[in-house]
Design a protein around this ligand. Structure first.
Ligand SMILES: Nc1ncnc2c1ncn2[C@@H]1O[C@H](COP(=O)(O)OP(=O)(O)O)[C@@H](O)[C@H]1O
Ligand SMILES: [Mg+2]
Length: 254
């Protein structure tokens, strides 16, 4: 279980997260919904300390990990959480296999002789054949790149996977395949999943719980069913994707 308590994150004068309180249960899929620029990526970057929280606490299995600085403990956090970057971010100069085994080198003590077995196993988990390992990232489609990025995350056996907009930029069919894959990994590995998305279809399909982020706070937390039935005008507008409602999009540059 991951607990976020009164988390604040400022960038200079700009207050992005303004007191986030959220519990992320083990083995479930928690979706974090919200408009562009509302702080979704910042929130999960704070979880794995790619960003330093301004204040507040993050507890993992009851232990406060917020203000650890020790390199080894930070490495342990990064092993506990697998992070699927929004951009995918495969290393273009490495083969698929080298990409998948990358984290094993610096996060684990797994001997190199084990790498081929692990690469094969993790590629299979994301529905890819062993021979994909020889390819370069430039030879892959968008959907395959996402899968390889996910296999790289899975290589170090994280307890929780943080997905940053895993379906953005994919066509609807590929998006649905990725949603199925997230559910499949939850079922097979009992992994905790935190999925950032503004894809309502995906959220309703995969989420056990949804947290709606607005103006730096969680405006609504509940099951997909509670989201479908909500009277909250902000959430209703977001769910329906309407340009009319209380959420005024800032089209002008801030
Ligand atoms: N490193 C940074 N320095 C300054 N501002 C940032 C930084 N990262 C994010 N921001 C700002 O914080 C806000 C939230 O960004 P982000 O978390 O990426 O939003 P989202 O993922 O919800 O689209 C945005 O206004 C963004 O410009
Ligand atoms: Mg983002």
């Amino acid at each position: 279980m991951i607990e976020i308590k009164n988390l604040h994150k400022n960038f200079g004068e700009k207050k992005v997260l303004q007191g986030i309180n959220l519990q992320i249960p083990d083995g479930k899929v928690t979706c974090i919904l919200g408009g562009s620029g509302c702080g979704k990526s910042t929130l999960i970057k704070c979880l794995i300390r790619l960003e330093e929280p301004t204040s507040g606490h993050i507890l993992v299995d009851g232990k406060d990990i917020t203000h650890l600085n020790n390199e080894i403990r930070l490495a342990a956090i990064r092993r506990h959480f697998g992070y699927l970057f929004q951009e995918g971010a495969l290393f273009d100069s490495m083969t698929v296999g080298e990409n998948v085994s990358f984290g094993l080198k610096y996060l684990t003590h797994v001997p190199e002789s084990e790498y081929p077995r692990i690469i094969k196993e993790k590629l299979a988990l994301v529905g890819l054949q062993e021979d994909v390992a020889k390819l370069n990232p430039s030879e892959l489609s968008g959907g395959m790149k996402k899968r390889v990025s996910l296999a790289r995350v899975l290589a170090v056996n994280p307890k929780a996977i943080l997905y940053d907009e895993p379906t953005t930029g994919l066509d609807p069919i590929m998006s649905d395949i990725i949603s199925d894959l997230i559910l499949d990994l939850k079922a097979k590995l009992h992994v905790t999943s935190v999925v950032i998305t503004h894809d309502m279809n995906s959220a309703f399909k995969i989420a056990d719980y949804i947290a709606f982020l607005y103006e730096g706070k969680i405006l609504l937390y509940g099951t997909p069913d509670e989201f479908r039935k909500t009277d909250n005008p902000y959430v209703k507008q977001f769910v329906s994707g309407s340009s009319h409602g209380p959420i005024q999009m800032k089209l002008m540059k801030e």
